[in-house]
Design a protein around this ligand. Sequence first.
Ligand SMILES: Nc1ncnc2c1ncn2CCOCCNC(=O)c1cc(-c2ccc(F)cc2)cc(O)c1O
Ligand SMILES: [Mg+2]
Length: 214
Amino acid sequence: TQSTRPQRLLHAVQKNATRGDPRSVVKAIDNFCRQKEWAMNVGDEKGCILDSVVSEVNPVTVLELGTYCGYSTVRIASLLPPHAKLITLEFNPDYAKIARQVIAWAGLEDKIQLVEGPSGEWIPKMKEQFGVKTFDLVFLDHWKDRYLPDTKLLEDCGLLRKGSILLADNVICPGTPDYLEYVRNSPRYKSQYFKSHLEYTKVEDGLEKSVFLG
Ligand SMILES: Nc1ncnc2c1ncn2CCOCCNC(=O)c1cc(-c2ccc(F)cc2)cc(O)c1O
Ligand SMILES: [Mg+2]
């Protein structure tokens, strides 16, 4: 039977990356996607912007929406302080299965909780299920038409505090126009655009960093 692209990406990690070395896992995925097959990881160019935001925020609680194969999950978790926790939501069980193995290869299972299911259902359960008070950082990288409703859900569930940071991938390509309009015009956010390119291509894309003002 034919393998899937996520399975081939996982094999590239197991073949080329060192167990327990998250940065080698990130590098192995980027090499696979540049040399063999494009895949929708945030990639290295936007990944460096992600790294700088994570290092600046130094978050203790992180939420990632959209795990895919775990590339940004591993990239973020590799920069977190020892007691910090990252919860990542993935809707697609096949992607989740691969992501668990990528996370294990990087040796980051203790920092990462991968939850399978739709963001709309899980966000309202965060407090009771995972003992989360508020998130210091949220990385949005799931369905582009879910960014806005899920941001409003995070607000309504009291999961954002004054100073919480939202970092959104793909605000240009594929694009999240309603989300951009909201965070750029709402008095409750201070927003900033980081121009970059769609992973592994020359197409314009970028990350939008928005600080929740409370
Ligand atoms: N827990 C959850 N709840 C709800 N929904 C969920 C979920 N978990 C996952 N999903 C479902 C969607 O997950 C994948 C979302 N990501 C993308 O679609 C994506 C697409 C491109 C792209 C593709 C083709 C082009 F030509 C140009 C660009 C690039 C990117 O960087 C992308 O991130
Ligand atoms: Mg993306």
